[in-house]
Design a binder for this molecule. Structure first.
Ligand code: MG
Length: 368
């Protein structure tokens, strides 16, 4: 029987790559719904090719070939076996919760969902018996390495280091949008690529890992590994280290997440060869240059609404940077400024999370 899947964010980077995976596995998957944003031409092309029953767009009257459904209805459609949440930023949270509430498994490519409301999301998933399979390459790696969390000494999350790894602080301060978007290893959307340049992406991933694997922050390490061949690793209590290794292509973790627990022949440009890789380098992150990483650890440890505040200020900062309104370093300076003034709510409800998120965004925008 085919696995029935819907994709939220089908016109984005992960969504497009997911459709490339599914195109080759048409005997394994049936697409129920495709949800795009405003890129209606691409969405209509996808509808023509993959023939979903339903589609969502911010331009509903322009959808051709599928019935329009609001996002909430797409996510509560129980004919789905799994929903791939591949939208960027805070808009991932609500649809993910609706799908979990309806008992539908999640392939999660949206880390902001767990950064904003990790406790709520993971508790709901547990109570509904829903699997959350990470698409993020590091967490997908850990998911493949982990057997029993109680035997884990620590998680080792790798970071490519982004385009400014060996650049000076001054070069990074004056970086153009183009330089920040020129990621050396991964082809990703604009928001996550800027996050990778500041290492905020790694900070968000540390918080994501804490929630996904229910592990304390002092047991999560980050190591810079510029080649992005080791996607992450686990050290077990007995000293054994298990790592997941592969070429840096998002097709692999996307396919893993949507196919789990099965594995199918995948899209490969070539077979993996250790001798071709030749060498792997590792180094400690530069905590001074990449303040975002330290901030994220702190926010994670404080918990409550601290990560909500951090995430909201960061996302607004990234948008402003992409629009040329502020410099790259200003993003993290703004995050710090917002956190200084934020009084933390300990266990925020979902309503409180959205209120705080909204309030922080408004306050952040007052700075540019
Ligand atoms: Mg990642």
């Amino acid at each position: 029987m085919k696995k029935r899947i819907s994709i939220l964010g089908s016109t984005g980077s992960i969504g497009r790559q997911a459709l490339e995976v599914i195109e080759r596995l048409q005997d394994k998957f049936e697409i129920i719904s495709l949800a795009g944003g405003s890129n209606i031409d691409l969405l209509n092309e996808q509808i023509l090719k993959f023939k979903p029953k339903y589609a969502y767009s911010t331009k509903p009257q322009e959808i051709i070939g599928a019935k329009y459904l609001p996002l909430e209805e797409i996510c509560s459609d129980k004919s789905n076996d799994i929903i791939l949440v591949a939208v960027s930023g805070k808009i991932g949270l609500k649809p993910t919760l609706i799908a979990i509430n309806n008992g539908i498994d999640i392939a999660l490519a949206n880390k902001e969902t767990l950064v904003m409301a990790g406790d709520i999301v993971m508790n709901l998933a547990k109570s509904k018996g829903v699997n959350i399979i990470p698409v993020d390459s590091e967490h997908c790696a850990i998911h493949q390495c982990i057997k029993d969390i109680s035997q884990v000494e620590k998680l080792i999350i790798t970071a490519s280091g982004g385009p400014f790894l060996h650049k000076s602080i001054d070069e990074m301060k004056n970086a153009t949008v183009e330089q920040a978007l020129a990621h050396p290893r991964w082809d990703m959307g604009r928001k996550i690529t800027v996050d990778s340049a500041t290492l905020m992406n790694k900070g968000l991933e540390v918080i994501e890992a804490h929630h996904l694997f229910n592990i304390n922050y002092d047991k999560i390490d980050v190591v810079v590994h510029p080649q992005s061949i080791i996607h992450s690793a686990i050290e077990y209590v007995d000293g054994s280290v298990v790592a997941q290794i592969g070429l840096p292509s998002m097709h692999i973790p996307i396919q893993y997440a949507i196919s789990y627990p099965e594995r199918f022949a995948g899209i490969k440009s070539k077979s993996f060869s250790f001798s071709e890789i030749a060498r792997l380098d590792f180094e400690e992150p530069d905590w001074n240059k990449f303040k975002a990483l330290k901030i994220a650890y702190n926010c994670g440890q404080i918990g409550g609404s601290a990560p909500v505040c951090m995430n909201a200020a960061n996302e607004e900062g990234v948008f402003a940077f992409l629009e040329g309104k502020i410099k790259l370093f200003d993003i993290i300076n703004l995050v710090e400024k917002m956190l200084e003034k934020h009084s933390v709510t300990k266990s925020p409800t979902l309503e409180e999370i959205f209120e705080i998120d909204n309030e922080i965004r408004i306050k952040t925008r007052e700075n540019f």
